[in-house]
Design a protein around this ligand. Structure first.
Ligand code: GSH
Length: 205
C-alpha cells in the first residue's frame, strides 16, 4: 500500500491522512512529493484524477481525498475503531469531521498550514467566528471526555483537527494540553504531536 502525500508541515490534508496510519501503526509506504513541482503533477497524473494529495493506492484500489482515505483504512484495516462505538457519538463525530472537511473557509484561507511559521496574524471577523466555533466544540468534547481525545478514544475527528493544534495553541487549552499526556502506542505519531507543540509559536492577535 502506498500513500502519496506532501510535507505534513505544509499540507494539512496530507497530515490528516498520514496520521491514521501513524497513530494506528498501519504499515504503508509513504511517497512524499514536493507541492506544485512538475514531478508532483507527473507522479499524481498516474495515480489520481484530482492531481492532489493525499492519494492512496492499495493493490487494485485507488482512493483520494483525506476523508475517503481515512474511511477506507478504518474499515479495511482497523475494524472501524477510528469512529466512536456508539451510533449517537459516531453521528456527532461525523458532523464534527464534516464541519472541518467542508467548512471553516475563512480560517483555512487566513491561516494556511505551516507548522514552522512563527507569526502574528490579523484575522478577519469570519475567521474569528470559525475559531470561536472550534473552541466551543473542543471545550464541549473536553467536558465530556476530560484529558482524552475528542471522542474519548482516538478517532478520525482527532486527525481532522490535528493541523489546528499549532495555530490555536492559546485556545481550548484542555484539549491541547492533552497532547502532552498522550498515551499512544505509536512513537511516530507521538513525536509528531510533540513537534507540533514545540512549534506552536503562532499567536492569534
Ligand atoms: N479535499 C481534499 C483536499 C486536497 C488538497 O487540496 N490537497 C492539496 C495539498 S494540501 C494539493 O494537493 N494541492 C495541489 C494543487 O492544488 O495543485 C482532501 O481532503 O484530501
Amino acid at each position: 500500500m502506498r500513500l502519496y502525500i506532501a510535507n505534513q508541515n505544509y499540507s494539512s490534508w496530507s497530515l490528516r491522512a498520514w496520521l491514521i496510519f501513524a497513530q494506528n501503526n498501519v504499515n504503508v509506504e509513504v511517497e512524499k512529493l514536493t507541492l506544485f513541482t512538475p514531478e508532483f503533477y507527473q507522479t499524481l497524473a498516474e495515480v489520481t484524477p484530482t492531481a492532489k494529495v493525499p492519494a492512496l493506492v492499495d493493490s487494485d484500489i485507488t482512493t483520494w481525498d483525506s476523508l475517503a482515505i481515512m474511511e477506507y483504512v478504518n474499515e479495511r484495516y482497523l475494524d472501524g475503531r477510528c469512529w466512536p462505538a456508539s451510533i449517537l457519538e459516531r453521528a456527532k463525530a461525523r458532523a464534527v469531521v464534516s464541519e472541518m472537511h467542508s467548512g471553516f473557509m475563512a480560517l483555512r484561507n487566513e491561516l494556511p498550514m505551516n507548522c514552522r511559521a512563527r507569526r502574528i496574524v490579523d484575522l478577519s471577523e469570519a475567521a474569528g467566528a470559525d475559531i470561536k466555533r472550534i473552541d466551543e466544540m473542543w471545550s464541549e468534547q473536553m467536558s465530556q471526555y476530560p484529558e482524552q481525545w475528542l471522542f474519548g478514544d482516538w478517532s478520525i475527528a482527532d486527525a481532522m483537527y490535528a493541523p489546528l493544534h499549532s495555530d490555536l495553541e492559546p485556545m481550548a487549552s484542555s484539549y491541547l494540553s492533552l497532547q502532552s499526556a498522550i498515551k499512544t502506542k505509536s512513537s511516530r505519531a507521538r513525536r509528531f504531536y510533540d513537534g507540533l507543540q514545540r512549534q506552536a509559536q503562532r499567536r492569534i492577535s
